[in-house]
Every structure is written in structure tokens, then in C-alpha cells.
Design a protein around this ligand. Structure first.
Ligand code: NAG
Ligand code: NAG
Ligand code: NAG
Ligand code: NAG
Ligand code: NAG
Ligand code: NAG
Ligand code: NAG
Ligand code: NAG
Ligand code: NAG
Ligand code: NAG
Length: 490
């Protein structure tokens, strides 16, 4: 797992402090003596600890931390973790008990090792769902257990079918202070039957996400694995202050349709860091509603930091913005990102009818390892909820920068496909060198884009961009921002 930047910096400072301490020999002697003494002490204590841990460790695994004033055990509510018994009522009873403790700091629900089959259930405020190591919550596959909900107001539709949509396996609305964490336990949507039915067109409603939290704030999701969601995996909708850290998200890279990893949708103040994502659609897709419904709802996604991620997407892209972005998307930073074995690395997608904007987007330190297309901006992603969209609602794309872009095995490093109606403005490239698989011209493809490259860029940038040297002095101003050099054939 990628180590956090702050941890690295902290360690460096620590090392510097130690070096200055050792400058005196006397201090060195005293320190060595203390270290020797401490080692013997720690060694002896480990023997004793190890002895006791052996007895209890085998059945119970790591002891679970107490993170709230009260902790419940799922089994106390009658749950059976055999993968067969349906435990919906146990979850509901446990969460109902927790909902009565909100004023006293809430409570924690421990899910012990086992396979806990359940139908969808709702979370409550001031709760921590803690998944022990080898604990697995399994989504029931029979759709009659999945409740239908009204469409999201900013979509007007269930995303795949008109009318109501299936709710999520784990759901929450109007909550505050919710934590889902653990010792890397798993929430498994068992999406296989849903994907198959979707492909065979046997579903009449949009599939449900794995975890969906709506109109909520102060949400923390860490140290767990999410896998095989029926639809989008983790969907925070119109939420504020959301942290997602050290989460593994898995779904097959082919034939698991729309299994996006994380879709921040009309969300504000969000951090996604130290995650591994390998799924059947976008790794992350930042959204904010669809055409006229998203414009009317009018809630942007803003102030989102995404860092230290390893992502794989063979069907779509590592990190996307859009295509539903009608409420606007701004102030997004993506840094220290590795995208490997993927179709596209980072993509912004939109279309006439969306309205809204994508602006103030910063990409820094991106590594592409065997991806077909590195950076993509697409302005004709013509998928609409219905015929009622306003074709004149044109999105604005501007102030987008790429700094330190590296990698190897890339076929088309850049494809920025602006149009006369939706030109892309103020794009900046600085410090880019990407190893390519085809020594062909025109692999840095542009159309209707205005902006600059600073310093040396490899492969050679398109003519549409102004050239600046390393000192940021203008070398050549482009007079051909609008020429089109896009080739989808390779
Ligand atoms: C929960 O209850 C089960 C069954 O009684 C027990 O095996 C397990 O150790 C308990 N776990 C915790 C964390 O209390
Ligand atoms: C969860 O709460 C929402 C909103 O109150 C409701 O529509 C939905 O049916 C609930 N889901 C379950 C599984 O109870
Ligand atoms: C990430 O989660 C795993 C499993 O829960 C844990 O062992 C590891 O220490 C966590 N890493 C960080 C940086 O929190
Ligand atoms: C957590 O579990 C997943 C799935 O089993 C595994 O791929 C991942 O490496 C584990 N994460 C950590 C930090 O141990
Ligand atoms: C879907 O709708 C069709 C037509 O109304 C109906 O025949 C079919 O039984 C429905 N399928 C499900 C799974 O509800
Ligand atoms: C964000 O949520 C976290 C976790 O609940 C909380 O500790 C923090 O105070 C919240 N931040 C703000 C600004 O409300
Ligand atoms: C995640 O796991 C790491 C290592 O066990 C721990 O230090 C950290 O506090 C955990 N994060 C949360 C939010 O529980
Ligand atoms: C760039 O990102 C990679 C992970 O993709 C990380 O290993 C490296 O330390 C980062 N470099 C800087 C200068 O932060
Ligand atoms: C262009 O975008 C950069 C950020 O990438 C911003 O600092 C700058 O002010 C923008 N320039 C104009 C003219 O808006
Ligand atoms: C390029 O197209 C944009 C909008 O489509 C227009 O505003 C601009 O004047 C054009 N620039 C040139 C040099 O033709």
C-alpha cells in the first residue's frame, strides 16, 4: 500500500534529529546502553505476550479496538455467519439499538469473522461499523429483497432505467458521524447475478450500489475491502466532509458493467487516499448530476483531494470527471497516482446539454504504466436522460493543469477533443515525459484547446498550445488553437 506523504516527511525529520544527537560520543554511549537494555526488555515481554496470544489468537484473531463508548457484537442480535442464514433483522436491530445512543457518543457494531449474508439495510448517525479480519458482509442476490427508491433528484431517472431504482446494500440518508472500518474485513455485493441479468436485459430498474450515503456529513471509510458491487461501489451523494482511506476496491476488470470504484457526486470537502482500486468501469468518477435535472439541482462537487492511489480500469479510466457534471466540478487535486494495465488513465467527459463546468483541476505526479490513452478530454459524450435536455446548455472547461506526468507503454499520451461549442481553455502541461509504444506523429492530439506547455515535453506537444521555456518565458504563441488533429484509430 502506498505510504502517506506525511508519514514519510515525519520520518525524515525524525532521522535528522537523531543525527544531531549522535554528534557527541558520550550521548552515543548512553543511547547505545539504553537501546541494549530496552531490546532485552521488549524481547522478554514478547515471549510472554506471544505465549498468551497463542491461546486466544487462534479463534478470535486480532482483538478489536473500542472506538465508541459502547460496542455491540452482531451475534448478540441473533446473527449467524454461515453464509446461508439471512441476517437483515440482526443488522436492523443492532442499528436501532445504536440509534438510541447518539447523544452519548453513539456505538460501534462489531462484525466478527464469518460470512454474514444480508438484504439491504440502513445505517444511523454516530455509529462505527467495524469489520474484523475475515468478516465478510454478503449482499443477498435475490432482487425481491432489494427495496426500490425514488430516482436521485439530480438524475431524474434511475441511471439505467426510468422510474425508481434499487437502493444500495448498505445505505444511509441524512446522517452525521458515520465510520465504516475494520481489520480489512470485506463488504461483498456478490454482483455476478446482477451483471448477468443486466447483460441479458432482465432488469426493469437501475441496479443498486454497494454503499450509498446521501445528504450526510462527517463520513469516514477506512481499512476495509469492498468487492463485486452490483453497480457503482461507493457512492457518496450530496455529502460534506468525507474521508476514504486505505480501502481496497475490487471487481472483475471485464464483464462487471458499471462497477465504478468511488463516485463522489455533488460532494464537498472530500479526501480519497492510499487506496487500491481495480474494477470493471471507472476507478473514480467525480459527478454532479445529469443534464436538466443536474442543472436544476445545482449542487457542485468541489474541494476534493485524491492522492496516493493505484488504479486499474480496462473498460473506462482510472480517474474520471463526468460525464454527469451538470452541477459543476471544481477544485479537484489528483496527485501521486499510478494507473496500470488500463484503457485510459485520467479522463474528463461531458457533452452539449450538460451545462455546468469543470474548472480548477490540478493533476500532479501521474504515472502511466501500460495504458492505451493517458490523458483524455472528451466533449461529445452524448448520453442523455431523455429528450428534454437543453442542447444549448454548454459546459465550460477551463483551468486544468498537468504537472509531472511520466510512465511507459502508452499509445496515445494526450487526446484533448474540444469542439467549437465546447472549447477547452487554459490547459497547462509542465514536466511530462511518457514512454510510447508507437513512434507515430500526432499522438499528442488536440482540437479546440487553448493553453501552454512549459519546458520540455515528450512526446512533442500539439501545435494548439503556446510554448514557454523552463523559466516560464514565452517562446512561441500558437495561432492554431482550433485546428483538429484527433485520430481515434490508434
Ligand atoms: C462476538 O460473539 C461471538 C459469539 O458469541 C464470539 O465468538 C466473538 O468473540 C465475539 N466478538 C467480540 C469482538 O466480542
Ligand atoms: C432506508 O431509508 C430510506 C429513507 O428513509 C428508505 O427509503 C429505505 O427504504 C430504507 N431502506 C431499508 C432497507 O430499510
Ligand atoms: C491499511 O489497512 C490494513 C488492513 O486493515 C492495515 O494493516 C494497514 O496498517 C493500514 N494502513 C494504514 C496506512 O493505515
Ligand atoms: C485487504 O484485503 C484485500 C482482499 O483480500 C487484499 O487484496 C489487500 O491486499 C488487503 N489489504 C491489506 C492492506 O492487507
Ligand atoms: C419486467 O417488466 C416486464 C414487462 O412489464 C415483465 O414482464 C417482467 O416480469 C418484469 N421483470 C421483472 C424481473 O420484474
Ligand atoms: C470531518 O469529519 C471528521 C470525522 O467525523 C471530524 O473529526 C471532523 O471534525 C470533521 N471536520 C469538519 C470540518 O467538520
Ligand atoms: C487503519 O489501520 C491502521 C493500522 O491498523 C490504524 O493505525 C488506523 O488508525 C486505522 N484507521 C482507522 C480510521 O481506524
Ligand atoms: C509520485 O507518485 C508515486 C506513486 O505513484 C510515489 O511513489 C512518488 O513518491 C511520488 N513522487 C513524489 C515526488 O511525490
Ligand atoms: C490558468 O490556470 C492556472 C491554473 O492551472 C491559473 O493559475 C491561472 O490563473 C489561469 N489563467 C487564467 C488566465 O485564467
Ligand atoms: C477558436 O474557437 C473559439 C470557440 O470555439 C473562438 O472563440 C476563437 O475565436 C477561435 N480562435 C481562433 C484563433 O479562431
Amino acid at each position: 500500500m502506498v505510504e502517506s506523504l506525511t508519514a514519510t516527511l515525519g520520518r525524515l525529520q525524525h532521522q535528522r534529529a537523531l543525527v544531531s544527537l549522535f554528534t557527541s560520543h558520550r550521548t552515543l554511549f548512553v543511547v547505545l546502553w539504553i537501546v541494549a537494555f530496552a531490546s532485552v526488555f521488549v524481547w522478554q515481554r514478547n515471549i510472554v505476550d506471544g505465549f498468551f496470544a497463542f491461546g486466544r489468537g487462534v479463534r478470535q484473531g486480532k482483538p478489536l479496538p473500542r472506538l465508541r463508548p459502547v460496542a455491540f457484537n452482531l451475534t448478540d442480535f441473533g446473527a449467524v455467519g454461515d453464509g446461508v442464514a439471512v441476517n437483515t433483522e440482526a443488522f436492523e436491530r443492532a442499528i436501532s439499538a445504536i440509534s438510541k445512543l447518539g447523544k452519548r457518543g453513539g456505538a460501534q457494531l462489531n462484525v466478527p469473522p464469518g460470512r454474514w449474508l444480508t438484504a439491504p439495510f440502513n445505517l444511523t448517525s454516530h455509529m462505527t461499523l467495524f469489520l474484523a479480519q475475515d468478516a465478510e458482509i454478503l449482499g443477498i442476490q435475490d432482487e425481491k429483497y432489494w427495496p426500490l427508491m425514488p430516482p436521485l433528484p439530480s438524475y431524474g431517472y434511475g441511471r439505467e432505467h426510468p422510474g425508481p431504482r434499487f437502493g444500495s446494500l448498505i445505505h444511509g440518508q441524512n446522517l452525521k458521524d458515520v465510520v465504516i472500518t475494520g481489520h480489512n474485513g470485506t463488504i461483498n455485493g456478490q454482483g455476478q447475478t446482477w451483471w448477468k441479468k443486466y447483460r441479458q436485459k432482465l432488469l426493469n430498474h437501475t441496479r443498486g450500489p454497494l454503499v450509498q450515503i446521501m445528504w450526510s456529513s462527517d463520513i469516514v471509510i477506512t481499512n476495509i475491502t469492498l468487492r463485486d458491487s452490483p453497480f457503482w461501489t461507493l457512492h457518496p451523494y450530496d455529502c460534506k466532509n468525507v474521508t476514504i482511506r486505505n480501502v481496497t476496491i475490487l471487481a472483475p476488470i471485464f464483464e462487471a458493467p458499471n462497477t465504478d470504484g468511488i463516485d463522489p457526486d455533488s460532494c464537498e470537502d472530500m479526501v480519497i487516499e492510499d487506496c487500491y482500486i481495480s474494477v470493471g468501469d471507472d476507478g473514480i468518477a467525480i459527478k454532479s448530476g445529469w443534464d436538466q435535472y443536474g442543472i436544476a439541482y445545482g449542487r457542485p462537487s468541489t474541494n476534493i483531494l485524491i492522492r496516493n492511489l493505484v488504479v486499474r480500469s480496462m473498460v473506462s479510466a482510472g480517474i474520471s470527471i463526468g460525464s454527469e457534471m451538470s452541477g459543476g466540478v471544481s477544485h479537484v487535486t489528483v496527485e501521486n497516482l499510478l494507473v496500470w494495465g488500463s484503457r485510459r488513465a485520467v479522463r474528463i467527459k461531458t457533452a452539449p446539454g450538460r451545462g455546468g463546468y469543470v474548472k480548477h483541476i490540478t493533476y500532479r505526479n501521474l504515472t502511466f504504466d501500460n495504458v492505451r490513452v493517458g490523458i483524455v478530454i472528451k466533449t461529445d459524450y452524448n448520453e442523455h436522460p431523455d429528450e428534454g435536455y437543453d442542447r444549448k446548455a454548454l459546459p465550460v472547461l477551463e483551468d486544468i493543469s498537468f504537472t509531472s506526468v511520466h510512465g511507459q507503454g502508452v499509445r496515445v499520451p494526450v487526446r484533448i477533443h474540444g469542439s467549437e461549442e465546447i472549447p477547452v481553455r487554459n490547459v497547462t502541461f509542465r514536466d511530462m515525459s511518457v514512454g510510447i509504444t508507437y513512434k507515430k506523429k500526432h499522438i499528442f492530439q488536440c482540437a479546440f484547446v487553448e493553453g501552454r506547455v512549459i519546458g520540455t515535453i515528450f512526446p512533442a506537444p500539439c501545435e494548439n498550445l503556446d510554448r514557454y521555456d523552463e523559466q516560464e518565458q514565452l517562446v512561441k504563441r500558437s495561432s492554431s488553437q482550433n485546428i483538429t488533429d484527433i485520430d481515434y484509430d490508434f
